[in-house]
Design a protein around this ligand. Structure first.
Ligand code: BTN
Length: 318
């Protein structure tokens, strides 16, 4: 009901009478007032003036589903949204929903995470109301070995969105670090529920630093606000990322891995560079000469042997 009331308030350019809203929604004036109060408690600034009615002055900077859905141009991604003020990690909640049969495209959002996690067991710092922390459930018909492609797909989608909104070339460091001006703006974490040769579902986690201030960022990290000196609208950015993921995912289903790999190549900063690869306890060094059609990095070591690297962390040497 509150979403419907907001729809009327947003549509009106000025005051809208309580009578008009309550008649349309078939609720009492008293009932309407109660909903207005609840909306105010959620942070909506709504004026109420006798004989004039209600006027929406401002909406809170929150990723409420009621804010995201109206302008979301997707067919299925984000059509079902689970929103939380705080979670340990959106990954765990999405995994649980996936196990209960949540449909493809189901989205879990949190305004902050107490135990947000990144790749290789690292924490993901998730200050409240500053970034986008999401987990998305997909149910692709691909073998588990091709999981990396979905990670690259998410990285490509995030980069395309940042470039559109920010007007500057964000880049990808293999496999999925999103860089802006050489610093880390975001990352992707993919987790899977699968049998040996069949994927049941995948959870794609995306974290992007949007309005973080310097003090809440790790030394090598940045945010859109830090780079531009102004705040960004998290809602429209999120809507665009979801649309970009859906478009790329649909193209991937019809055109295959190369569609994603080609886009990834166009935005990457890794290929052609000398890199160090940290494989948990093993350190490899060599030239990043390519990625294969499953998204694995091809590393030409100094011995001349090319090794296929499917996970790990890289540092660019030169
Ligand atoms: C990385 O670069 O290491 C990946 C970072 C992924 C962070 C996101 S934030 C939303 C989702 N929930 C988590 O706990 N992690 C991912």
């Amino acid at each position: 009901m509150q979403t419907k009331i907001l729809h009327f308030l947003k549509k009106a350019t000025n005051y809208i009478s309580g009578e008009e809203i309550s008649d349309n929604l078939k609720i009492s004036r008293q009932g309407l007032w109660k909903h207005i109060e609840t909306l105010r408690e959620s942070g909506y600034d709504i004026l109420a003036v006798p004989h004039l009615g209600y006027k929406l002055v401002s909406s809170p900077d929150r990723l409420f589903p009621s804010e995201i859905k109206p302008n979301l141009k997707t067919k299925y991604i984000g059509k079902k949204i689970y929103y939380f003020e705080s979670l340990p990690s959106t990954m765990d909640t999405a995994m649980q929903l996936g196990l209960k049969g949540a449909e493809e495209g189901t989205l879990v959002l949190a305004e902050t995470q107490s135990h947000g996690r990144g790749r290789m067991g690292r924490p993901w710092v998730s200050p409240k109301y500053k970034g986008i922390y999401l987990s998305l459930i997909l149910r692709p018909q691909i073998p588990p070995q091709q999981l990396s492609i979905l990670t690259l797909l998410a990285a490509v989608s995030a980069v395309e969105t940042v470039n559109e909104v920010f007007g500057q070339e964000a880049k990808i460091k293999w496999p999925n670090d999103i860089l802006l001006n050489g610093k880390k703006l975001g990352g992707i974490l993919t987790e899977i529920n699968a049998e040996v040769d069949q994927m049941r579902f995948v959870v794609i986690g995306i974290g992007i630093n949007i309005n973080n201030d310097k003090k809440s960022l790790l030394p090598q990290a940045t945010s859109l606000k830090e780079e531009r000196g102004e705040s960004f609208n998290r809602i429209s950015l999120l809507q665009k990322i979801l649309k970009s993921i859906e478009d790329n995912y649909e193209s991937f289903k019809t055109k295959g891995n190369d569609f994603i790999i080609d886009k990834w190549r166009a935005s990457n900063v890794t290929l052609g560079k000398r890199v160090k690869v940290n494989l948990h306890h093993v350190l490899l060094e060599g030239q990043a000469v390519g990625i294969d059609s499953d998204g694995a990095l091809l590393l030409r070591k100094d011995s001349g042997i090319t090794q296929r690297v499917t996970s790990g962390d890289i540092t660019l040497s030169r």
